[in-house]
Design a protein around this ligand. Structure first.
Ligand SMILES: [Fe+2]
Ligand SMILES: [Fe+2]
Length: 140
């Protein structure tokens, strides 16, 4: 599976969020490497926990901004965040109950989810903030 790398087409033109997206992709690659190298469960768990922490903090940042600027797509967007979070946690619970193949599936799921979400859903609020003239208030 090719590594998901941050590119300018993913930029939402908000510094803190672009940095978070990059941080998440790096954490995902660290987990991917740990899986590829056959690292033990303790290593997989700590890299997974770091990833979940970054993702959780990131979703909150986006949701707070959407509320602050009355983004009309808030409900739909946060629903996607919730679905992703519960799917990831589901994968992990299964892994903890003994399914060793799960981290690899989790990395594949999250890579494709993030790729799709960042270039579609996240771009939509970015466009809204830009059109309404909010971007300068956020990144300035
Ligand atoms: Fe998002
Ligand atoms: Fe995002």
């Amino acid at each position: 599976m090719p590594k998901l790398v941050w590119g300018s087409q993913m930029s939402v033109h908000i510094k803190v969020i672009d940095a978070q997206h990059q941080e998440i992709l790096e954490a995902l690659n660290v987990l991917d490497n740990a899986v590829q190298l056959g690292c033990e469960k303790g290593v997989l768990t700590s890299t997974f926990e770091a990833l979940v922490k970054y993702v959780g903090a990131h979703f909150s940042t986006e949701e707070i901004l959407m509320i602050r600027f009355s983004y009309p797509g808030y409900e739909m967007h946060t629903k996607e965040h919730r679905n992703c979070t519960s799917k990831v946690l589901e994968f992990w619970e299964e892994f903890n109950s003994g399914n060793k193949a799960l981290p690899q599936e989790l990395v594949a799921f999250l890579s494709s989810w993030l790729d799709n979400h960042m270039v579609n859903m996240d771009q939509q609020y970015s466009l809204y903030f830009k059109e309404k003239g909010f971007l300068s208030q956020i990144s300035g």
